[in-house]
Design a protein. Structure first.
Length: 484
């Protein structure tokens, strides 16, 4: 007697389903509580915690300072005695003795032969570094290299067959995905905190080379340099900064994507420093008003507000008023994207750049220069500034005198004599330079007052127009709405 083929297939289908379900559970550790599926971090901590280390870096002793605060002479029965004992830090017992400065942080082992990643600020100016493993062994560490701009440091201990982390792909992270941190907040080793990815690609002030991962994982002093894991137990970032008004965790933490960190450590290991590309432009965000003025299909890209004379961008044909929408085969959605994409490219390489000029796209080729710290390079030469005359834009302009041209190195543009109405609301002030006016996707450089008056006379009330304004050595595009 033979079975119906459909009956024979049923167990096989059920088996395939069960295997698939098990694989999903292994890939995304979860557990059910009262019917609600929650993430389960226990296996992740058990398997990856051994690769997380505590780092103690000792800097040079502090310079002698004024006499430190001393505990008042209080009897133990005094109600204030317990307060001072708990909350006032203990000071050295002998005059002039000051403890060495110590920075406590975290790190994680990336290879079995002792290479460890951490933050540059954890080991900055350290005279000695001690690494403490999860099994309580301690090792002296040496700094292979550190990069302050990305806040990534590579150190090494002399040991073999060490547990090490598995690296993940930050690009695959989704906003809302669970992540976990292991570190030493306030010196409490192997502390575990969890949360979700709040945002990706965050730019922070003075940190425009790193597209930070923003999370709500509780990060505190001592967590710096520790790993950020996804639920698969892969490191996707290095915990680096918190946003706080108190010095403690307030729900905003930022991690360096691990792919950025690994590129930095590779260069530190091979060259001892990090090379970054540069093109020599100042840029600003493209608002909807600016997009309309420059004839862009949508508000995206980086608007070039000034170009370094003789720099890579200038040599490649990029001019003031261009909008860079694609660089090295990567789209530029926000102006913040451009600096880190440029920096990630190697100096000397030739890259393809797509710009919008006169309302139409163009393809250019730019050979990258090398970025250096601001203190190492001469301030780039920038273009001048401009202004306007009392009219629908509220600008009264005048041609600069020969003396003003010499004193301010003005090559073109008109000086603002008075700003009111739309111009005043846009914070244009007397003394600014109006270098150009942009309408219908075309930019007109201003040399004479008559040129400006002719352009303004063609405007209709309510029409949007953009002017290029210079102040000092900087220039930026400002959108104005013509009004009676």
């Amino acid at each position: 007697m033979s079975l119906d083929p459909r009956l024979r297939a049923a167990p096989t289908s059920a088996l395939v389903f069960l295997i698939g379900l098990l694989l999903m559970l292994v890939a995304q550790p979860t557990r059910a509580v009262d019917g609600v599926v929650l993430p389960d971090f226990t296996r992740l901590v058990a398997s990856q915690g051994a690769a997380v280390v505590n780092i103690s870096a000792t800097q040079a002793a502090a310079q002698p300072q004024k006499q430190p605060f001393r505990l008042p002479e209080l009897d133990e029965s005094d109600p204030m005695f317990e307060f001072f004992r708990k909350f006032i830090p203990r000071m050295p017992e002998y005059p002039g003795a000051e403890p060495d400065d110590k920075s406590l942080g975290s790190g994680f082992i990336i290879s079995a032969d002792g290479y460890i990643l951490t933050n540059a600020h954890v080991v900055e100016a350290a005279e000695s570094i001690v690494v403490r493993l999860a099994d309580k062994r301690e090792f002296d560490a040496t700094v292979i290299g550190a990069d302050a701009r990305s806040d990534v440091a590579l150190i090494r201990i002399e040991a073999k067959a060490l547990p090490h982390v598995v690296l993940g792909d930050p690009e695959a992270l989704a906003v809302g995905e669970w992540v976990l941190a292991i570190g030493s907040p306030f010196g409490f080793e192997q502390s575990v905190t969890a949360g979700i990815v709040s945002a990706k690609g965050r730019s922070l002030p003075d940190e425009n080379f790193v597209p930070f991962i923003q999370t709500d994982v509780a990060i505190n002093p001592g967590n710096s340099g520790g790993p950020l894991f996804n639920l698969r137990g892969e490191v996707v970032g290095i915990n680096s900064q918190i946003y706080s008004r108190t010095g403690g965790f307030m729900g905003l933490s930022f991690a360096i994507p691990i792919d950025v960190a690994m590129d930095v450590q590779q260069q530190l290991r091979e060259k001892g420093r990090v090379e970054r590309g540069r093109i020599g432009v100042s840029i600003q965000e493209v608002t909807r008003d600016l997009a309309d003025s420059f004839g862009l299909p949508r508000p995206a890209g980086a608007l070039v507000s000034s170009v370094e004379a003789g720099g890579p961008a200038a040599l490649g044909g990029i001019v003031q008023g261009d909008v860079i929408v694609r660089f090295n085969e990567r789209s530029i959605e926000s102006s913040a994207d451009l600096p880190r994409i440029v920096a990630a490219a190697r100096p000397g390489s030739k890259v393809e750049v797509t710009i919008y000029r006169d309302g139409a796209p163009r393809a250019l080729s730019v050979t990258l220069g090398e970025w250096r710290d601001p203190e190492e390079e001469v301030e780039p030469e920038t273009l001048g500034s401009a202004a306007g005359a009392t009219n629908l834009l509220g600008l009264e302009l005048a041609a600069p005198t020969a003396q003003q041209r010499r004193e301010r190195s003005i090559t073109h543009g008109l000086l603002v004599q008075r700003a009111e109405g739309p111009a005043a609301r846009a914070e244009i002030v007397a003394g600014d330079l109006v270098l150009a006016i942009v309408t219908a996707g075309r930019q007109l450089a201003l040399e004479r007052v008559e040129d400006f008056e002719r352009a303004v006379a063609a405007l209709q009330p309510g029409q949007q127009v953009t002017v290029l304004v210079g102040r000092g050595e900087a220039s930026s595009y400002v959108s104005l709405r013509a009004e009676k």
